[in-house]
Design a protein around this ligand. Structure first.
Ligand SMILES: [Zn+2]
Ligand SMILES: [Zn+2]
Ligand SMILES: [Zn+2]
Length: 348
C-alpha cells in the first residue's frame, strides 16, 4: 500500500519543519461546492475607503487620483526608522535587539471591487513592476536587510479593507522564515552543488501529481510538505534569486500565473477566496546569495467551504501541524477547476 494512504509525516526542506498527514481521516477528499456562490457586489468606488483614489486616509493625507497603482508609507507602521541611544538587555534569558524598518502599502488598482483574480494582465504586470521597483529601492537602502512583499486578503485573515492592496515591510534583519530558508538553501547548495528549488521543481515536474498549472516561466504546485489545505507555491522555472532578475516576458508570465491561481481559488468555493501570499527572495544584506531561488507562497485558511476554515489548535499548537486531505488531492482539486472566474461565467 502506498505510504500516502497511511498516517505519515513529511519534511519541509526549506525550513526543516515536519508536518503530520492523516489521509485515512478523509473518506471523501473532495465533496464539491457546499454553499451558495457568493455574488455580493461591491461598489467600484467607496467614499469611505482609505485606499480609493482621492479619499482621505486616517493619518489625514489625501490619496491622489491614481489610475493604475499607488504606493505610500503606512500611516500606522509596525516598524519605524532607526532610533539611536536605546539600551537593550545583553542577557541569555531576556534578549532583545533593535529592529527598524519601513512599511508601505501598495494599491493594486483604483477599483475598489477588484482583486488580482479579476484584474487584467496589463494591470497585474503594473503591480509586479511596482514590487520590483520597491524591492530595488528599499533593498538598496542602508539598514535594510530584507524586503518582505505580501498580500493579506479577506476578513478572516484579519484584513479589514477589501480594496485590492498589499504591503511591503523592509526590515533591518532578515525575518525568521526567510532566514531559515536562506540557511537551508545554502546548506543544500554546499552539500549537493545544486539549487534546492531547481532540484525540487525538476522532481515535481517529473512526478506531475502536485502540479496545478504552468506557463512558460512559472509553475504553480501544492508543495509535498504543504500545511494549509490548499497551499500553493509559485516558482520560476529559471534560477533567479529575486524579483529584480525578471525580464518583460517573465513579469508578464508571473502576472498570468497570479491571475490564473486567483481565479482557481475563487472558483474552488465560489467565493472571494481569502489568503496570505507573499514572495520569498534573497536578502538585501549586501552579500551574494547564489543559494536563493525566489518563490511565492500562498497560504489560504479555507478547508471545505467558504465558511469552514482550518484552525491550528490542539496538537498543532503543541505538537506539529497536521492535515487530512493530502497535497496530492488538493492539487487534483485545484487542477480540475475552470480558469474562467465564476462571476464572469455566469454573466457571460
Ligand atoms: Zn477602495
Ligand atoms: Zn534554483
Ligand atoms: Zn519560502
Amino acid at each position: 500500500m502506498p505510504f500516502k494512504e497511511h498516517p505519515h509525516r513529511r519534511f519541509n526542506p526549506l525550513t526543516g519543519e515536519w508536518i503530520l498527514v492523516s489521509p485515512h481521516r478523509t473518506k471523501r477528499p473532495w465533496q464539491g461546492q457546499q454553499e451558495e456562490p457568493d455574488r455580493s457586489v461591491m461598489p467600484k468606488f467607496d467614499p469611505g475607503c482609505y485606499l480609493c483614489p482621492g479619499n482621505e486616509r486616517a493619518g489625514g493625507e489625501r490619496n491622489p487620483e491614481y489610475s493604475d497603482t499607488f504606493v505610500f508609507t503606512n500611516d500606522f507602521a509596525a516598524l519605524l526608522p532607526e532610533v539611536s541611544g536605546l539600551e537593550f538587555p545583553d542577557d541569555d534569558l531576556l534578549r532583545a535587539e533593535p529592529e527598524s524598518g519601513i512599511c508601505r502599502v501598495i494599491c493594486f488598482s483604483p477599483r475598489h471591487d477588484l482583486s488580482i483574480a479579476r484584474m487584467s494582465r496589463e494591470q497585474t504586470v503594473k503591480v509586479v513592476e511596482l514590487w520590483i521597483s520597491e524591492f530595488r529601492e528599499l533593498g538598496a537602502q542602508d539598514g535594510v536587510g530584507y524586503v518582505q512583499i505580501f498580500e493579506n486578503r479577506g476578513s478572516i485573515m484579519g484584513c479589514s479593507n477589501p480594496h485590492p492592496h498589499g504591503q511591503i515591510w523592509a526590515t533591518r534583519s532578515v525575518p525568521m522564515i526567510p532566514s531559515l530558508e536562506t540557511e537551508r538553501q545554502a546548506d543544500y547548495l554546499a552539500g549537493k552543488g545544486e539549487c534546492l528549488l531547481c532540484s525540487y521543481l525538476k522532481r515535481e515536474l517529473a512526478e506531475g501529481e502536485r502540479i496545478v498549472f504552468q506557463n512558460d516561466s512559472f509553475v504553480a504546485l501544492v508543495p509535498f510538505w504543504a500545511v494549509w489545505p490548499f497551499e500553493v507555491m509559485v516558482l520560476p522555472r529559471e534560477h533567479m534569486a529575486s524579483l529584480g532578475e525578471m525580464n518583460a516576458r517573465t513579469r508578464g508570465d508571473l502576472a498570468d500565473a497570479m491571475i490564473r491561481l486567483g481565479i482557481r481559488y475563487d472558483n474552488l468555493f465560489k467565493t472571494s477566496f481569502p489568503y496570505s501570499m507573499g514572495v520569498h527572495q534573497a536578502p538585501t544584506d549586501g552579500r551574494a546569495h547564489p543559494e536563493w531561488h525566489f518563490h511565492f507562497h500562498y497560504y489560504p485558511p479555507l478547508l471545505r467551504s467558504a465558511s469552514v476554515r482550518k484552525f491550528m489548535v490542539g496538537f498543532e499548537m503543541l505538537g506539529m501541524p497536521q492535515r487530512d486531505i493530502t497535497a496530492e488531492h488538493a492539487a487534483a482539486a485545484l487542477r480540475e477547476l475552470s480558469e474562467i472566474h465564476y462571476l464572469d461565467e455566469e454573466s457571460a
